[in-house]
Design a binder for this molecule. Structure first.
Ligand SMILES: Nc1nc2c(ncn2[C@@H]2O[C@H](COP(=O)(O)OP(=O)(O)O)[C@@H](O)[C@H]2O)c(=O)[nH]1
Ligand SMILES: [Mg+2]
Ligand SMILES: [Zn+2]
Length: 364
């Protein structure tokens, strides 16, 4: 896609990145935004055009976690050693926010699906029926990253109970917007479009097959944008063929189409959970114990409300389940952080010993 003249601001740049960029003091490097990440090869957008890119050896070496490498939506600094070869990414600017999930099989490593976003659209497909538990899961992670969630119930053309599921979704996601669409017939897509503001970034997330890409294509009105393949050359000179994930809309908004996900495990802290379950959070103020887990405790106002029918017991069940999952994540993360700290202090100790050793040798 040859993007016409545009500025950094058109790509979503804002004042929050200016300082981080200036601190790097690399006059030859320019700011760029990551549009594709595919096995360590990238496509970046700059006001001067889009380039294939790879990461510098130093960045590859200093990144301790996968999440510290460039992800779609990230602002990075790049240089172009020559006109034909790939650009080199040197730094990832501190993210305004990121949305992710736990990496499959790697408990401590977050998989960042999109960075620096303003709104996350959580998409469900009504062909498989509305899934309140899955929606809660996504809501917690989006809330935790500090981003506004909007729920999209897609495939209304093959559902006979749209108004029912709309009200169900609204009760699961109180205080947030819920929209019903059909990417196939375009019904409801018109209520989605006005929500997209120029220079803002919107990520579409949800299980694979719910219609995220079709919806984005529908709004773009140009089938070719997403389906056209991009060829990238990675660090080893290998070719990779993939699709753009960060897209510029004709109206100037930026959309991130995240790849399909089968498993979605939570990532984040308890604040996100409290925002998604404000009813339980409020009831919990009256529990006897301040750190009440609302599971077995005596004097638990939440359990009482569930028993008396004031609170939907299913809602309490999913709260308990999600809260347990977050606790488990946190304990794993704490253990990793502890090991890392021990390792560093051992390294520092050895460095100090070596220093004294050399000093002694020199003094002799
Ligand atoms: N009936 C119906 N099918 C849809 C709709 N949106 C998408 N699909 C179909 O669902 C399948 C998955 O869509 P896709 O956009 O690839 O889903 P993604 O994995 O979330 O990006 C495709 O076969 C689409 O044609 C819709 O609103 N109604
Ligand atoms: Mg897709
Ligand atoms: Zn309680």
């Amino acid at each position: 896609m040859a993007i016409a003249e545009y500025t950094l601001q058109d790509l979503g740049w804002d004042d929050s990145f200016v300082e981080a960029f200036a601190e790097l003091k690399e006059p030859d490097h320019i700011a760029a935004r990551v549009a594709i990440e595919h096995r360590k090869s990238y496509l970046v957008y700059t006001p001067g055009g889009d380039f294939g890119a790879t990461i510098s050896g130093r960045l590859a070496h200093t990144a301790r976690y996968e999440a510290e490498l460039p992800k779609v939506g990230d602002w990075v600094t790049v240089s172009r050693p020559d006109e034909v070869g790939p650009a080199i990414i040197h730094n990832v600017l501190k993210r305004r926010n990121s949305f992710g999930r736990k990496a499959p099989g790697k408990p401590q490593d977050e998989q960042v699906l999109a960075a620096n976003v303003d709104v996350v659209f959580i998409v469900q497909g009504l062909d498989r029926g509305f899934n309140p538990r899955s929606l809660e899961r996504y809501l917690v992670t989006v809330r935790e990253s500090g981003v506004e969630p909007i729920t999209v119930l897609n495939k209304t053309d093959i559902s006979s109970e749209v108004s029912l599921v709309l009200s169900q979704a609204e009760s699961v996601a109180p205080g947030t917007r819920v929209i019903a669409t059909s990417a196939l017939t375009a019904e409801g897509v018109d209520s989605l479009r006005p929500l997209l503001l120029p220079r803002k970034t919107y990520a579409f997330v949800g299980p694979s097959g719910v219609g995220k890409s079709t919806l984005i294509n529908r709004m773009l009105g140009r089938e070719a944008q997403i389906t056209r393949e991009v060829r990238l050359i990675d660090a080893k000179g290998m070719h990779a063929t993939t699709h753009r994930e960060l897209l510029m809309m004709p109206g100037g908004s930026l959309l991130i189409d995240t790849p399909g996900m089968r498993a979605f495990q939570l990532w984040g802290g308890i604040e996100g959970l409290n925002e998604v379950f404000p009813d339980i959070h409020e009831l919990g103020v009256n529990c006897r114990f301040r750190d009440c887990s609302h599971t077995v405790e005596a004097g638990c106002a939440v359990l009482e409300a569930a028993e008396s029918g004031k609170l939907n017991p299913e809602r309490l069940l999913s709260y308990q389940k999600l809260s347990k999952e977050l606790e488990y994540q946190k304990s794993k993360w704490d253990a990793t952080a502890r090991r890392e700290k021990q390792r560093r202090s051992r390294e520092l100790g050895r460095a100090i010993n070596r220093y004294h050793q050399r000093k002694n040798d020199n003094d002799k």
